[in-house]
Design a protein around this ligand. Structure first.
Ligand code: GAP
Length: 450
C-alpha cells in the first residue's frame, strides 16, 4: 500500500527531529509527543508570529502568562465541573471506549461488533491533589483552557493598566483534557498548547467584533503561507456550541484525514465575568466614565491550538518535487564536482516559520581550512538569525536534509572560497545559486529575511 501523506509527515518529523513519540524507549505513552530540535524552533516561530501580530503590533491587547493550577472554585464558576463532558460508551466485549458522538450505531462496537453500554457522561478535566495529602479539599484541576486565567485577572488588569473598551488579553500556554479519543498525530492530544485572546467589548459591538476577529484570524493563517484552498470557515450549529458560547465560527484546515478545526472564534457574551462575579463576590463590571454606567463587557474569543497549527503548517508545506538541475562546485584547481539534484522532499515553510534560515556546509570535510571557515561563517550568522553548521554527510545529502527541514538557504564553502572569499548560496525554492562574498553575506540575508 502506498504510504499516506500523514505517514510521510510522521516519518519526516521523526527522521529529521521535529516530533518524536513521547517516552519512546519505554514503548511510548500513547498520544504524547515530544518536540525535537527543529520542532521546537518551528513551534516557537509560530508562537512568536502570533504574539507579534496580536500583542506586539497592537495597542489594544495586553499579554499574560497565568498559572496552570487554579482555585477549584474557578472551574465551578466557569461551568467546567458541571458542563465539560463528552458522552462515552464502552464495549462490553473488547472493553474499548468510544466517544458517543463519533459512533454511527450507538449500540454496536465499531471494532468488534460487541454490545456497547449506554452513553455516559465523562468529565474531560484532569484532576490532581495539591500538597502531600490526597483528600477532597486538596483537589485541583489542570486547566482545560487558558482563558479562565485571563477572566479571573480582569480586575487586576483594570486596576493596574486602566484599559478602555475594547481591549484584549492574550496568552499562550498548556492546557489539558482527558480526551476519550485522542489521535491523528498531534491533532488531538490530552496535553496541548493554546493561543487565546479574550477581547472585551461593549455588548452592542459584539457582533461586529466577532466578524472582524473571524476575518483577522483567517487571514493570519493565509499570511503565514497556508494555501487558500486548504482553509475554510464553518459556523457552529446550536447543538454543538460550548456551554458558554452564543455563537462560534471555526477556522478549519483540510488535514489528510479531512477538514477539522484549527481555531474557534466565539462570542462568550458576559457569561464568564458574570459567573466569576457571582462565585467570587467581587464586582467585575466595567465602568464607562464617559457614559457614567457600569456593565459586564461581552467577550470575543479567538482560541487556536499551537500543536494543530504546527501540524497544519507541516502538512501544507510538505512538497515532493521532481527536479533535475545539477550543481557545479569547485573542489580543487580546475577540477569541479557536479552534484545531481533529482527528486526531493522539501518543506516550503515561509521565512518567518522556517526553523533554520541558513545552513553553512563545507564542500570537503577533510580540508581543515574549509571546515574552519564554514564554522566561523555560521557562528557569525547565528548572531543575527537561526543558522546551523552541518558536515555530517556529502554535499548532496546535506542539501536533501536541509530541504526536508525547510532551510531557506544553503551556504557552501568550497576550495575557490579560500581564493576569492566568496561562497555559493543556494535558494531552497528556486534552487538557483549565487556567488556572494563573505563580507556581504550577512547583509544579503538580512535583506532577504526581514
Ligand atoms: N477557550 C476556548 C476553547 O478552549 P476549544 O474549541 O475547546 O475552545 C480551542 O479549543 C482550540 O484549542 C481548538 O481550536 C484546537 O486548536 C485546540 N485544542 C482543543 N482541544 C485540543 C486537543 N485535545 N488537542 C490539541 N488541540 C486542541
Amino acid at each position: 500500500m502506498p504510504e499516506s501523506l500523514m505517514d510521510k509527515i510522521v516519518s519526516l518529523c521523526k527522521r529529521r527531529g521535529f516530533i518524536f513519540q513521547g517516552s519512546e524507549i519505554y514503548g511510548g505513552l500513547a498520544n504524547t509527543w515530544d518536540y525535537g530540535p527543529y520542532g521546537v524552533e518551528l513551534k516557537n516561530n509560530l508562537k512568536k508570529a502570533w504574539w507579534k501580530s496580536n500583542v506586539q503590533e497592537r495597542n489594544d491587547i495586553l499579554g499574560m502568562d497565568c498559572a496552570i493550577l487554579m482555585h477549584s472554585r474557578v472551574w465551578e464558576a466557569s461551568g467546567h465541573v458541571h458542563n465539560f463532558f463528552d458522552l462515552k460508551s464502552d464495549c462490553k466485549n473488547c472493553k474499548k471506549r468510544f466517544k458517543s458522538a463519533d459512533l454511527k450505531d450507538p449500540s454496536a462496537c465499531p471494532e468488534c461488533g460487541g454490545q456497547l453500554t449506554d452513553a455516559r457522561p465523562f468529565n474531560l478535566m484532569f484532576k490532581t491533589y495539591q500538597g502531600p495529602v490526597e483528600e477532597s479539599g486538596n483537589e485541583v484541576y489542570l486547566r482545560p483552557e487558558t482563558a479562565q486565567g485571563m477572566f479571573v485577572n480582569f480586575l487586576n488588569i483594570l486596576d493596574s493598566r486602566h484599559p478602555k473598551l475594547p481591549f484584549g488579553l492574550a496568552q499562550i500556554g498548556k492546557s489539558f483534557r482527558n480526551e476519550i479519543t485522542p489521535g491523528n498525530f498531534t491533532f488531538r492530544t490530552r496535553e496541548f498548547e493554546q493561543m487565546e485572546i479574550e477581547y472585551f467589548v461593549n455588548p452592542q459591538d459584539a457582533p461586529q467584533a466577532l466578524e472582524a476577529w473571524i476575518q483577522n484570524r483567517f487571514n493570519w493563517y493565509l499570511a503565514l503561507g497556508i494555501k487558500n484552498e486548504n482553509l475554510r470557515k464553518r459556523q457552529h450549529g446550536h447543538d454543538e456550541l460550548a456551554h458558554y458560547a452564543h455563537a462560534c465560527m471555526d477556522v478549519e484546515y483540510n488535514f489528510p484525514f479531512g477538514w477539522a478545526e484549527l481555531e474557534g472564534i466565539a462570542n462568550r457574551a458576559d457569561y464568564d465575568l458574570k459567573q466569576h462575579a457571582q462565585y467570587s463576590a467581587k464586582d467585575l463590571q466595567y465602568f464607562d466614565d464617559t457614559r457614567k454606567e457600569k456593565f459586564y463587557p461581552y467577550i470575543i474569543e479567538p482560541s487556536g491550538g499551537v500543536d494543530r497549527a504546527v501540524l497544519a503548517f507541516l502538512v501544507d508545506a510538505y512538497t515532493e518535487e521532481k527536479v533535475n538541475p545539477s550543481t557545479k562546485l569547485r573542489i580543487d584547481g580546475e577540477q569541479s564536482r557536479t552534484i545531481k539534484e533529482d527528486n526531493r522532499i522539501v518543506l516550503k515553510l515561509n521565512r518567518e516559520l522556517a526553523p533554520v534560515k541558513a545552513a553553512v556546509l563545507p564542500l570537503l570535510r577533510n580540508r581543515p581550512e574549509i571546515v574552519e571557515l564554514a564554522k566561523n561563517i555560521s557562528v557569525d550568522l547565528k548572531k543575527s538569525f537561526a543558522a546551523v553548521y552541518d558536515d555530517t554527510g556529502s554535499i548532496g545529502k546535506l542539501y536533501r536534509r536541509q530541504d526536508e527541514v525547510g532551510t531557506l538557504y544553503c551556504v557552501t564553502v568550497d576550495v575557490q572560497t579560500l581564493e576569492d572569499q566568496q561562497v555559493t548560496v543556494r535558494d531552497r525554492d528556486t534552487m538557483q545559486q549565487e556567488r556572494i562574498s563573505i563580507d556581504r553575506l550577512k547583509e544579503y540575508f538580512i535583506d532577504k529575511l526581514f
